[in-house]
Design a protein around this ligand. Structure first.
Ligand SMILES: [Zn+2]
Ligand SMILES: [Zn+2]
Ligand SMILES: [Zn+2]
Length: 248
């Protein structure tokens, strides 16, 4: 810190002297002040920021941009749909989206709770209306920044598409394809937060959500000719081939 202008701690607001820590956005804070990251951008949050139950918090940069109201949901939905259409994929009608709290989304996801709250959830079943074969609904976790919300919504809507078309792919292709939707949303927005999140996706170590996504992205950009529906067909063919090889 020597030679720098004195800074105030991003958590408690008091001047920072001596040893301190820094978050991924370059904000300084005392070693003894607790690091609680914003659920959206990862910045350390201040004591006066929004602290929600279940150890969730939203920083002052994100609070005005969270998606809660229907009008905001519709705005993000339209952007996602636009991006899918540009990449040659049409959704089965308008899929209802509901913003819910962590308790509700955990209840809805039944046995899938692994200690983390799902940020989105797709439920498909029964007979569809208005030209859709099935009935779909997407549940979205509350207090998500519109960039994050759009990324999650794009992921969920590609599950809807796969369910509607009865596409059954191995997890790395199924989730990898949904994550490609997230990545496309971030790429079209091209702002600081979306860039950071896109970079994280490129470094994600998970074999399904990371490696699977990057494999699907590679296929989309080469053989898939940046066409989402064509990419799904290629993935289905590849999945069948690997099953055949596996049986030999
Ligand atoms: Zn402090
Ligand atoms: Zn934030
Ligand atoms: Zn998924």
């Amino acid at each position: 810190m020597k030679g720098l202008t004195p800074q105030n701690c991003a958590v408690c607001g008091q001047p920072v002297v001596g040893r301190c820590r820094v978050d991924e956005w370059g904000q300084y804070f005392h070693e003894q002040c607790e690091f609680k990251p914003c659920i959206n951008c990862g910045r350390v949050v201040a004591m006066g920021d929004l602290h929600l139950p279940h150890n969730r918090q939203v920083c002052s940069h994100c609070i005005d941009k969270v998606v809660q109201k229907d009008a905001h949901v519709q705005w993000v939905y339209d952007r996602v749909q636009e991006i899918f259409e540009k990449n040659f994929l049409s959704l089965p009608g308008r899929v209802p989206v509901e913003v819910v709290d962590p308790d509700r989304i955990v209840k809805l996801s039944r046995n899938n709770y692994d200690g983390r709250y799902p940020s989105g959830l797709t439920v498909s079943g029964g007979i569809g209306l208005f030209g859709a074969k099935m009935n779909h609904k997407v549940y979205m976790l509350d207090y998500q920044h519109k960039v994050v919300f759009g990324g999650v919504l794009a992921h969920e809507l590609l599950h809807v598409w796969q369910n509607e078309h009865r596409v059954s792919l191995p997890p790395k292709y199924c989730e990898g394809f949904c994550n490609l939707g997230t990545y496309l949303f971030y790429s079209y927005l091209d702002n600081e937060l979306s860039k950071k999140r896109a970079e994280k996706m490129m470094q994600e170590p998970d074999p399904i959500y990371g490696d699977g996504f990057r494999e699907v992205k590679q296929i989309f950009e080469t053989e898939g000719s940046r066409n989402l529906e064509k990419t799904i067909q290629i993935l289905q063919t590849k999945a069948k081939q690997s099953k055949r090889i596996f049986r030999l």
